[in-house]
Design a protein around this ligand. Sequence first.
Ligand SMILES: [Zn+2]
Length: 338
Amino acid sequence: MLDNYIENNKKQLIQNLQELIQIRSVISPSNHPQKPFGDSIDKALNYILNLGQDLGFRAKNIDGYCGYLEFGTGKNLIGIIAHLDVVPEGTGWTYPPFSGIIHDNKIYGRGTIDDKGPLISSLYAMKAVMETTPINSRVRLILGLNEENDWKCIDYYKKHEELPSIGFSPDADFPCIYAEKSILTTYLKMDYSAYLNQSIVIQEINTYGNPLNVVPKICSIVLRINSIKITMPNFIQNLKNIIKETGFEIDIYKIDEKEVKLTSYGVSSHAAHPDLGINSISRLIVVLSKIFALYQINIELFDFFNTYIHTQYDGKNLGIAFEDESRKVNIKCRRFLF
Ligand SMILES: [Zn+2]
């Protein structure tokens, strides 16, 4: 019976999701004490609270900061933490961002995945359990309203409401994440002034404004020959040999008889998935460390990078590579969720 429930209610579920997407729940300035995140976010909250009440849940608006829908009885409180606010739509949409329109079996619109779709799915999953399966706990769908900005919603909730005994947040990759990676922003710095009289000198570095949390797609560097003993054709040939040896995609552009520009190409990806990207900066540094070594110039930073980081993203050479058995857990979760 539980299996058929969602199928039997699919039409209504999709319609509710479309209606929710049509509310442009982006944060806006507000002086209203009961609508701290603005009128449209408040509208989205009221939409869900009314819908939840119609579906038979207990509903609570927590001073406009957040809300919840709940069913069941018992000491345990299972929390499902979702949010109704979305980031601004930006530009470049194929379909209008607040239409909830369906094309090729897909719903389009800002917030469809993050996090309105998962929120509505959770609501109907709760309804399915409520109607078909007796449980001895309370289940509470917590409705965040400020997740995309300052998390004031959940701060307010924690101050004023009961915390779940156990919970999950349907706002990440499917099927399940039970631990989170951290991000460590590290700067490797060196004083380059002592190297300015070397036979090859770095004139210019360009990373094209790459954000910190994106694997860099492109970067370039300008090298200057500072010695009459090195000729440009010879220098370029050495660069070509090294680049060929690495197999990296790096262009060589001769600016004049003294300067050459190297442009390294990779594949951009979110920093959470470095395995999907190719780091253009790492590749260029590997080549630079080899070319400088060839001319007996020892740049400590490049040597360090080449030895301990190279093109790795798992910290193997640093001795910090680590893996757990999460994939096994994921398989179990997949079975559970289906
Ligand atoms: Zn989210």
